[in-house]
Design a protein around this ligand. Structure first.
Ligand SMILES: C[S@@+](CC[C@H](N)C(=O)[O-])C[C@H]1O[C@@H](n2cnc3c(N)ncnc32)[C@H](O)[C@@H]1O
Length: 269
C-alpha cells in the first residue's frame, strides 16, 4: 500500500477534527443528494477518509441498504469507524477487492485527483458498479484561497516553492486538471459512464486562524516543510506565520471554495 500523508496520524486527526466538518461534509451531503440514493441501495465510498460521504449517505438507505468504505490509509479509517461505525477496509484504487457490478452506487469524493492513472481509477469504479447504477465524484475548483496563499508565500521563504509544489503534485497529481469541469466530464465518459452531469457549487468556509494553521501544518506541504527544517527553523516559521495571520485575518479565516460534482449512470457496455 502506498504511504501517503493521510497515513500520518497527526494529519488524520486534524483532518477529522477540522477539515471533515468544515470543508468536506457540506459537499458530501450535496453529492449524496445528487445521486438520489434509494432505500435498499448498496453504496461503496472509495477514499472514504474519516467518513464524510458515508455519514451523509446512511440516513437515505434504510435498514436494507448499507454503505461500505475503503481507503488507502488505515489512519483515516480509524476515525471513520469511530464517527460513523460502518464497515471499512484498507484498499486502493485502481485495485478494489470487489467483483464486477457489485454496488448500486459508487462514490469517490476528492479522491480521483490523487490517483496517478485516473483513467484506470475511474474505470475501476465503473467496473464494480452495476449496470444502471450511479457513480459520483467531486473535485475542488480553482477559486483562490487567500489563507493558503499567505501560508505558502511564507513557507517558500524557508523551503523553495518548487519543492513544496512538487511534493504536492507527487501526492495529488491531478488537482489542477480536475479543477476544470470539462475534464471531469471527459474522464467520466471515457470510463464508460452515460448521462454524465456536471454541477458546480460554492461553499463559504469559516474557521479559526488557529485551526486553519493546524490544517496547513498537517497538509502535504506542511509535512514537507517540517521535515526540511530543524526545530529552531520550524519554531521561527510558526511564529512568523501566526503573526502574519493575526495581522491579515484576525481570529478567523473566511473564504469561498468551489466544488465540481460529476455524476453518471453506468451504461450497459
Ligand atoms: C481529500 S481526502 C477525501 C476523504 C473523503 N472522501 C472526504 O470527502 O472527506 C482523500 C482520501 O483519499 C484517500 N486515497 C488517496 N489515494 C487513494 C487511492 N488510490 N485509493 C483509495 N484511497 C485513496 C486518502 O487516504 C484520503 O483519505
Amino acid at each position: 500500500m502506498k504511504k501517503t500523508p493521510y497515513s500520518d496520524p497527526t494529519m488524520a486527526a486534524v483532518y477529522n477534527r477540522v477539515a471533515t466538518p468544515l470543508q468536506f461534509a457540506p459537499p458530501a451531503k450535496d453529492l449524496v443528494e445528487m445521486l438520489q440514493l434509494q432505500i435498499g441501495d448498496t453504496v461503496l465510498d472509495v477514499g472514504t477518509g474519516t467518513g464524510a460521504v458515508a455519514l451523509a449517505a446512511m440516513p437515505a438507505l434504510g435498514s436494507t441498504g448499507f454503505v461500505v468504505g475503503v481507503d488507502a490509509a488505515i489512519e483515516m479509517l480509524a476515525f471513520a469507524r469511530r464517527s460513523a461505525g460502518y464497515p471499512v477496509a484498507v484498499a486502493q484504487i485502481p485495485e478494489l477487492p470487489y467483483r464486477d457490478r457489485t454496488f448500486d452506487v459508487v462514490t469517490a469524493s476528492f479522491v480521483i485527483t490523487h490517483v496517478p492513472d485516473y483513467g484506470r481509477g475511474l474505470s475501476e469504479l465503473v467496473r464494480i458498479c452495476r449496470i444502471g447504477g450511479r457513480v459520483g465524484m467531486t473535485a475542488w475548483g480553482s477559486l483562490p484561497n487567500p489563507g493558503a496563499q499567505l501560508w505558502s508565500d511564507i513557507a517558500s521563504q524557508y523551503v523553495p516553492r518548487k519543492q513544496l509544489d512538487n511534493a504536492f503534485r507527487a501526492q495529488i497529481p491531478w488537482d489542477e486538471w480536475f479543477s476544470q469541469p470539462a475534464n471531469i466530464r471527459q474522464a467520466l465518459e471515457d470510463a464508460g459512464m452515460a448521462t454524465v452531469t456536471i454541477q458546480t457549487r460554492q461553499y463559504h468556509v469559516r474557521m479559526s486562524s488557529t485551526d486553519f494553521l493546524s490544517a496547513r501544518e498537517a497538509s502535504v506541504q506542511g509535512i514537507v516543510l517540517r521535515q526540511e527544517l530543524n526545530d529552531d527553523g520550524w519554531d521561527q516559521f510558526r511564529h512568523r506565520v501566526r503573526d502574519a495571520f493575526r495581522n491579515r485575518f484576525g481570529e478567523s479565516v473566511e473564504y469561498d471554495r468551489d466544488v465540481h460534482f460529476g455524476t453518471g449512470v453506468r451504461s450497459a457496455c
